[in-house]
Write a protein that binds this ligand. Structure first.
Ligand code: COI
Length: 359
């Protein structure tokens, strides 16, 4: 292990929840990982402690100006009982980039991976085994520093918490279903030059108004358009977006307002391996809707750590529903889901070297 840490075990282990009714983020494990940062010591005082409340001064700057970053990855129960992690190196790299954008000191990538492995191993018996379930890992960084001044803090806390979860979209608990998506024209998620490529709380809070409105209208999520021209498709809710047009898969290039998703990258690599043409480019909404009309839009889907692959069955734009693949789960979306989730859970042999780490 490349860094020093201490372990304080809980004296009151909790009862495990029913794996058939986990929801998403309802239950938390027995322990959490914490580490502090200050200018003198850098990142230090790594520790596993019983899961519990943390104490913050009401003037902690993180509560006011949202200087924070986070990550999301999962641990999966294999059929042989062991536990898999999926590409945690990608999360470690992305956290460095998010931190840079948010003026938070970087966490060494190896240290991040070691801390994730340590806390997952600690609460290994919380990794569920029901189909579709996993242990969601949430590393995040906040600042406890007391200040009302708007400037980067000098003190931070890195925390990793763990929650056993079911499918992110309840509708997908018993297999994939196609979701209905509202094309959002009023609100935007992120602008180039902003924080769209970083994983930070503000990107998610600013999106809630649009998804709430879409849900009121009977849709599951929104399709975000670019902030400047409202012309190009960007992401779906909290996920990256893919479109199979003819024989080519198109997803937005990483313009600066797009989150570089681990599942996004995994889909691109797998699709290329399977012989598909993949284009990372700016994709006009007009092209998508035209392709939906002519039947050239064969499939569309969202990708993310939480949902893995979530097929899209309808795009709603200016009062009109545009069905995609007859509002059914497409073959390619299903194949991607089966392959990625299969690798993650160890049901199938990894198709790519180095993606799966077995603890
Ligand atoms: C993900 O799927 O990676 C997400 O970011 C969703 C999470 C915020 C719940």
């Amino acid at each position: 292990m490349g860094f020093n840490y201490s372990i304080t075990k809980t004296s009151t282990p909790k009862e495990k929840p029913d794996e058939k009714h986990l929801g998403f983020g309802k239950y938390y494990t027995d322990h959490m990982f914490m580490m502090d940062y200050d200018e003198e010591n850098g990142w230090h005082n790594g520790r596993v402690v019983p899961y519990g409340n943390i104490s913050l001064d009401p003037a902690a700057c993180t509560l006011h100006y949202a200087q924070m970053s986070f990550e999301g990855l999962k641990a999966y129960r294999r059929p042989d009982g062991k536990v898999n992690l999926f590409r945690p190196d990608m999360n470690a790299k992305r956290l460095v980039k998010s931190n840079e954008r948010l003026c938070i000191p970087p966490i060494d990538e190896d240290m991040f991976i070691e801390a994730v492995k340590l806390i997952v191993a600690m609460d290994e018996d919380w990794v569920p085994s029901e189909p579709g379930t996993s242990l969601y890992i949430r590393p995040f960084i906040i600042s406890p520093e007391v200040s009302m001044a708007v400037h980067p803090a000098k003190e931070y806390t890195f925390i990793i918490i763990l929650t056993p979860v079911a499918a992110y979209y309840e509708a997908n608990n018993d297999g994939l279903t196609a979701s209905h998506i509202w094309v959002e024209e009023e609100f935007i998620r992120a602008a180039v030059g902003g924080t769209g490529f970083a994983k930070c709380g503000g990107n998610y809070s600013c999106g809630m108004i649009a998804s709430t409105e879409a849900q009121k209208q009977g849709y599951d999520e929104v399709l975000w358009l670019d902030a400047k021209e409202h012309k190009y498709v960007e992401e779906v809710g909290t996920s990256n977006a893919f479109f199979l047009i003819g024989d080519t898969v198109v997803t937005s290039s990483l313009t600066g307002s797009i989150l570089p998703g681990v599942t996004r990258d995994s889909c691109i690599q797998l699709l290329k391996k399977w012989g598909y043409k993949v284009e990372e480019r700016r994709l006009p909404l007009e092209e998508v809707l035209e392709a939906a009309k002519t039947g050239e839009l064969k499939e569309a889907w969202a990708t993310g750590t939480a949902c893995v692959v979530s097929p899209i069955g309808v795009l709603r734009f200016r009062g009109e529903d545009h069905p995609v693949n007859g509002d059914k789960v497409g073959e390619l979306s299903q194949r991607l889901y089966d392959s990625i989730y299969g690798m993650q859970t160890g049901i199938i042999e990894p198709e790519m070297d180095g993606w799966v780490i077995t603890l």
